[in-house]
Design a protein. Structure first.
Length: 131
């Protein structure tokens, strides 16, 4: 049998996010196709890492980066939330990996709630997978 390989799907977003909205993270070449990457084989989603430029995020503001499979949010625990005093970054290893099949599409979106000001920009995202 084949050994599992750890690899990373790269996403990002340069422009500032500063309002209540949902923002698709772009693929490595800047494409925003709504679906992210098409998986050529089955595997598991094992971690998510986010780093951006944090501009004075308010105490009641948050930027939640959510993992989507085939246009559907996978729900908790498959997210990373950036809040005040986190220096614009955070990561999470999923103790129970999510699974995906060959032909599934994976992407990351940011659900922002900016009630007390602040913004996040120049965002780099890594979605860790095992295939």
């Amino acid at each position: 049998s084949d050994a599992l390989t750890r690899s990373y799907l790269h996403y990002g977003h340069d422009a500032s996010i500063s309002t209540d909205t949902t923002t698709e993270m772009k693929t490595i070449d800047g494409a925003a196709n709504g679906e992210g990457y098409l998986m050529p084989r089955a595997g598991k989603i094992t971690a998510l890492s986010v780093q951006g430029d944090d501009t004075s995020i308010g105490s009641a503001s948050s930027f939640t980066f959510q993992v989507f499979k085939n246009s559907s949010y996978l729900n908790s625990p498959y997210f990373v939330s950036i809040e005040q005093s986190e220096n614009g970054g955070d990561s999470k290893i999923f103790s129970t990996p999510a699974t995906f099949a060959a032909g599934d599409r994976l992407t990351v979106k940011c659900a922002s709630v900016v009630d007390t000001g602040g913004e996040l920009s120049n965002i780099a995202v890594l979605l860790e997978i095992l295939t």
